[in-house]
Design a protein around this ligand. Structure first.
Ligand SMILES: NC(=O)c1ccc[n+]([C@@H]2O[C@H](COP(=O)([O-])OP(=O)(O)OC[C@H]3O[C@@H](n4cnc5c(N)ncnc54)[C@H](O)[C@@H]3O)[C@@H](O)[C@H]2O)c1
Length: 315
């Protein structure tokens, strides 16, 4: 294997930090840019070179000039759908303008490949059928979905004009260790933590809304494959749609939790039911999800349980 220098933006966050760990274990040199707005320093392997700054900061250009990454794996983002509805301008500043800055810098400094963390769950809107392939029309119903699609549009354009190679990975609902249980993004982390603390989790909407839940290690496998293979857009999911209530029940079983959930109003900008057809990723990069939902949930719970026991460090 050839050692590469990989710049991971958002490398102190949930998915980014798992990617950093994998890259380091494979012997690559890793540089991280993260403003720690939602990421945490203790997620980050010390072997990574860390720049505490925003992707919107013009100094990113100097970082890329000095570090000369072969690959940029772009995970820094405004990640919340409801926050994007509340403040679409801030969402666009980070997810469109910040991403465009990185793409433009990649072109100028000859970065070999741009891997982009896009969103299968937010891009397609309410799909005509599930599982939904990359051929499905893109019609986002949230500013977050539109900002991810805009970034993909710039990548397509830079590829056509400048031949900048890229892979946009359209993730399903990623879950696993280190997901922030305080935020609003990860229903698995939020439910599991509430149950472990003897609290009653809240379901927004009917609970019948369905998502394609994909374990974080499987998402990292896709990123690693994309370093050497692929060009264009790829869904990353299992193809199975699981309702939020089913997740509640599965976690309830694992944790022997006794209570029922409470319910709140559905969140604006969220689709009702989606699962992703990832056969293109399987065909072109030989990728397959390795963990079943049962296995992934059990591993996530194990991790959260030990993180809550005594230590504050969630690694
Ligand atoms: N978690 C999911 O289910 C999911 C699904 C689809 C797509 N994604 C995408 O995957 C990526 C990672 O998501 P995550 O779930 O790990 O979220 P996360 O919040 O844990 O990670 C995002 C990281 O980006 C950093 N960041 C935010 N704004 C920044 C900025 N302006 N400059 C520098 N760093 C900044 C944060 O501090 C954090 O470390 C995001 O691009 C997200 O949109 C995630």
């Amino acid at each position: 294997m050839i050692q590469k220098t990989v710049l991971v933006t958002g490398g102190a966050g949930f998915i980014g930090s798992h990617l950093v760990d994998r890259l380091i274990s494979l012997g690559h040199r890793v540089v991280v840019v993260d403003d720690l707005s939602s990421g945490r320093l203790h997620n980050l392997d010390r072997a990574a070179v860390f720049y505490h700054t925003s992707i919107n900061n013009p100094s990113v250009e100097e970082i890329v000039r000095n570090e000369q990454p072969d690959i940029i794996a772009h995970h820094a983002a405004q990640v919340s759908i409801s926050e994007s509805v509340r403040d679409p301008i801030r969402d666009a500043e980070i997810n469109i303008q910040g991403t465009l800055r990185l793409i433009e810098i990649s072109r100028r400094f000859g970065v070999g490949k741009f891997i982009f963390a896009s969103s299968g769950g937010a891009l397609y809107g309410e799909p005509d059928q599930n599982p939904c392939s990359e051929q499905h029309p893109v019609r986002p119903i949230s500013p977050y979905g539109l900002s991810k699609f805009s970034a993909e549009g710039y990548l397509g354009m830079y590829h056509n004009i400048y031949r900048l190679p890229y892979v946009a990975l359209r993730y399903g609902n990623v879950y696993g260790p280190r997901q922030d249980p305080h935020g609003e993004a990860g229903v698995v982390a939020i439910f599991a933590r509430a149950m472990l603390e003897g609290k009653q989790p809240r379901i927004f909407g009917s609970g019948l809304q369905e998502r394609d839940f994909i374990y974080v290690d499987d998402v990292i496998d896709a990123n690693i494959a994309a370093m050497d293979e692929g060009q264009g857009e790829y869904n990353v999911g299992t193809g199975a749609a699981t309702s939020v209530s089913q997740i509640f029940d599965m976690l309830k079983g694992i944790l022997k939790y006794k209570w029922t959930p409470t319910f709140g109003p559905a969140k604006p900008g969220e689709v009702f039911s989606i699962s992703l057809d990832s056969s293109k990723l399987q065909r072109e990069m030989g990728w397959m999800p390795k963990l079943s939902l049962e296995q992934g949930l059990a591993q996530t719970v194990d991790h959260l349980r030990s993180a809550l026991k005594g230590t504050t460090v969630e690694r």
